[in-house]
Design a protein around this ligand. Structure first.
Ligand SMILES: [Zn+2]
Ligand SMILES: [Zn+2]
Length: 103
């Protein structure tokens, strides 16, 4: 039960919330929708994304020398020294073994 802060009359339910029948004071409905569940979900997604970025990389038909799987994701990486060429990396989609292409 809520009372009007102005005239201490019992508030009645109106269209826009609790309303004082005497002075027309309106107490708006509380919007206490917690965003906690969404935040938890987002942080979970971020952790996942960091570890699973490989999933977004293109795949190539190449044999993994560790497990014999014939599919790997690949990406290019420029080494620190500008003289060196860009290195191509492969990662087995099955056992996650990573190797580089020196060709
Ligand atoms: Zn009032
Ligand atoms: Zn493998």
């Amino acid at each position: 039960m809520k009372f009007c802060p102005n005239c201490e009359v019992k508030l009645k339910k109106g269209d826009s919330g609790l309303q004082c029948p005497k002075c027309n004071y309106v107490e708006k409905k509380e919007t206490n929708q917690t965003k906690k569940t969404i935040q938890e979900h987002e942080s979970q997604f971020n952790v996942l994304a960091e570890n699973e970025t490989v999933q977004a990389l293109p795949t190539i038909k190449i044999e993994c020398e560790k497990c014999g799987n014939d599919e790997a994701v690949w990406w290019m990486l420029q080494t620190r020294s500008a003289d060196e060429p860009t290195t191509q990396f492969y990662r087995c989609s099955k056992c996650r073994y990573t190797w580089r292409n020196y060709a």
